[in-house]
Design a protein around this ligand. Structure first.
Ligand code: HEC
Ligand code: HEC
Ligand code: HEC
Ligand code: HEC
Length: 191
């Protein structure tokens, strides 16, 4: 009897592990599509005007920032020899999904667009595909399930002590910082 229970547990555990692997493989299969895609569906004023708000805030200008004299000074101090706008050491936080070794961004991502939607929400090809299905009448497609909402951990990928301009001992306060770039849907917040 005991043995049978143990076997059952092992089988169950194996199933759980197999599912977890499938789920993570699905997320990894998604590729980057670029912010012009998001703009098509996420720029209605009454739903929070996400694209227009993002375009006006600091993240959209994070790459531009790398061509300033101020950035050159930061790079020199950090011992970075390449111009900052070409240096993987800077691009990893000032562009979207830049390769840590080469600084190259994925095909649909322009470095000039700085820190864009998918830096925080993750690669979104699966989401845009589901959203298109949903819009064309397939109510079984659940677009919200294939995209990350973003939280404090998302921000700390870049807002951390490896940022060469961080003030020593600075602690990232999510609520305070998100308030500065808030693009939540007011219709949902009211509920
Ligand atoms: C074809 C239309 C369409 C496109 C393109 C699209 N979305 Fe969406 N998105 C939706 C719909 C529909 C929902 C679900 C309804 C809602 O929550 O507002 C959604 C929900 C979301 C949510 C909220 C998820 C949640 O948990 O509430 C985020 C974040 C999001 N999309 C980000 C993006 C980003 C980033 C892009 C571009 C890479 C993008 N979307 C492209 C239609 C789209
Ligand atoms: C670990 C992530 C990270 C890396 C790596 C990084 N930065 Fe930044 N950088 C940030 C963040 C986050 C900010 C915004 C800080 C804030 O205002 O709170 C920033 C801001 C800046 C600013 C503006 C500072 C200001 O006070 O307005 C400059 C200039 C800059 N970075 C240059 C560089 C250069 C040059 C490199 C490469 C040598 C680099 N950064 C590498 C994350 C990073
Ligand atoms: C710096 C990170 C960051 C960037 C860049 C960013 N977002 Fe977000 N976004 C967030 C966070 C965090 C939230 C969720 C906040 C919360 O908990 O309500 C959010 C919420 C959303 C929501 C859900 C709104 C709701 O209330 O249902 C949508 C849709 C969305 N973002 C779309 C976009 C699009 C489109 C872009 C680019 C044009 C973009 N975001 C850029 C971090 C980001
Ligand atoms: C991919 C890296 C990256 C991620 C992820 C990221 N940021 Fe940033 N953030 C930056 C960089 C780089 C800057 C500086 C841009 C500039 O000064 O041009 C910045 C600037 C900002 C600023 C403007 C600072 C100021 O005082 O003007 C705010 C606010 C901010 N980030 C909030 C957030 C929040 C909230 C999140 C998470 C939801 C987040 N960031 C995620 C890289 C990132």
């Amino acid at each position: 009897m005991l043995n049978k229970m143990a076997v059952c547990k092992v089988v169950l555990l194996a199933a759980v592990i197999a599912f977890a692997f499938t789920a993570s493989a699905f997320a990894q299969d998604a590729t980057y599509v670029g912010n012009s895609q998001c703009k098509i569906c996420h720029n209605k004023k009454e739903e929070g005007e996400q694209w227009t708000k993002w375009k006006a805030e600091a993240h959209a200008k994070a790459f531009e920032k790398l061509s300033t004299p101020e950035a050159q000074a930061v790079a020199t101090k950090a011992g970075v020899t390449k111009p900052p706008a070409e240096a993987p050491e800077c691009l990893k936080c000032h562009a979207t999904a830049a390769d840590e070794a080469t600084g190259k961004c994925p095909e649909k991502i322009k470095p000039e667009d700085g820190v864009q939607c998918e830096s925080c929400h993750g690669p979104a090809s699966a989401h845009t595909a589901a959203a298109k299905k949903f819009k064309s009448g397939d109510k079984t497609a659940e677009p919200a399930k294939s995209i990350k909402k973003g939280d404090a951990e998302t921000c700390k990928k870049c807002h951390n002590e490896k940022n060469p301009t961080a003030k020593p001992g600075e602690v990232f306060d999510f609520d305070k910082q998100y308030a500065k770039i808030n693009h939540s849907n007011p219709a949902k917040a009211a509920k």
